[in-house]
Design a protein. Structure first.
Length: 83
């Protein structure tokens, strides 16, 4: 896993996270990003807008909705092996 973003977190979650991360491996903690309601700028720094779903500030609109899509580079390799 490269980065794991937790978005729209209330202030209380940040307090819980600050305590919980003490029990996790530092390498794992470095990969987890906790963001409040102003998360779009940070997401756009790490994820291209065309890959970011519209509901999170991007421009991606997968058929059937991005939340239920299985589109991604993992399918490109599968297609090449089958073809």
């Amino acid at each position: 896993m490269g980065k794991f973003f937790i978005i729209n977190c209330p202030a209380g979650f940040s307090l819980v996270w600050s305590l919980a991360k003490r029990f996790l491996d530092p390498v794992t903690v470095e990969k987890i990003v906790v963001l409040g309601k102003d998360y779009q700028g940070v997401l756009k720094e790490c994820i291209d807008e065309e890959n970011l779903p519209r509901e999170f500030g991007g421009v991606c609109e997968c058929e059937g909705g991005c939340m239920f899509s299985d589109a991604g580079p993992w399918n490109e390799m599968t297609d090449e092996k089958e073809g």
